[in-house]
Design a protein around this ligand. Structure first.
Ligand code: PAF
Length: 282
């Protein structure tokens, strides 16, 4: 395994592999790796000759400075996990390597970044698009892997790839959950043992709500999920929306879309957790 910190060294290593006809898969991450990331890596290693994983906590996507400071970082542990998983190249650049000049690009994603995460974290998706497009430009992967836990992020990245006409295939991988049902997230590291117990009630309520589809109106289901989660001390729902899985716009009636997903953000103490559930996929 090569741990590389500079763009020039990375491109040297990749071009050497490319000349021998190898395909390159890419998993961009912000580190603090868990089984969710490793599922992306596993698929990447199956689909491609080599797997490049980047570890970079991107400042431009944090609209909350404290969140950026508190974001868990552990390069040594991450490198160990990735080596065990069989990753050939880890790219862990500095901020100056990724942004030699400040990135002032403003993306226009229409309505898909005006809702949910986009509405509650202004500028977040612009920062994600900046860093992912920059990393794609550096790595030039054939395929890149993202988790469905960040459901809206996936839609933004697909839109960005289309807008910039990039030649990279985006591969989406399902949410990986702890045995308790809690969606794997680097932010779970910030939860106390007690908070982790409480946080289980987020996915529990989402799973339970699946049986209400059709029997309850969309509005009643939303109300019931929010009330259930908020009834636990220490949980505070920021939003829960039932949306068309393609346009990400809220639906008012179950018959409005053939791909329907519930997306939620919940504060567990100070830690903001997101999760989602597919209600209908025709
Ligand atoms: O999902 C993440 O971890 C980040 O948003 C990403 C895609 C690595 C960009 O910084």
């Amino acid at each position: 395994m090569d741990l590389i910190h500079t763009v020039s060294k990375l491109q040297e290593a990749i071009s050497a592999l490319r000349t021998s006809g190898k395909t390159v898969g890419f998993v961009p991450t912000m580190g603090a790796l868990h089984a969710g990331h490793l599922s992306l890596v596993k698929q990447c290693l199956i689909d491609n000759d080599i797997c490049v994983v980047s570890i970079f906590v991107n400042p431009t996507q944090f609209n909350n400075k404290e969140d950026l400071v508190k974001y868990p970082r552990n390069l040594e542990r991450d490198s160990r996990y990735l080596t065990q998983a069989g990753v050939s190249i880890i790219f862990a650049p500095s901020e100056e390597e990724v942004y030699p000049e400040p990135d002032t690009r403003q993306f226009d994603f229409g309505q898909i970044d005006k809702v949910m995460e986009g509405k509650h974290r202004p500028g977040h998706f612009n920062g994600v698009a900046q860093v992912v497009s920059r990393l794609f430009d550096i790595v030039k992967p054939d395929k890149a892997y993202f988790g469905e836990k960040d459901f809206q992020q996936l839609a933004i990245i697909r839109a960005m790839v289309k807008q910039l006409a990039l030649h990279v295939e985006i591969v989406a991988m399902p949410i990986v959950r702890e045995n308790s049902g809690l969606a794997m997230s680097s932010r779970n590291e910030r939860l106390t043992a007690e908070q982790k117990e409480i946080a289980i009630n987020i996915s529990k309520a989402l799973f339970q709500s699946k049986i209400w589809v059709g029997d309850y109106s969309v509005q009643d289901l939303v109300k019931k999920v929010v009330e259930t989660i908020n009834s636990f001390d220490g949980l505070d729902v920021e939003y829960f929306e039932v949306v068309d899985g393609y346009s990400l716009q809220s639906i008012a009636d179950w018959s409005e879309a053939n791909y329907v997903v519930g997306c939620i953000a919940v504060y567990c103490g100070e830690v903001r957790l997101i999760d989602d559930i597919v209600y209908i996929k025709a």
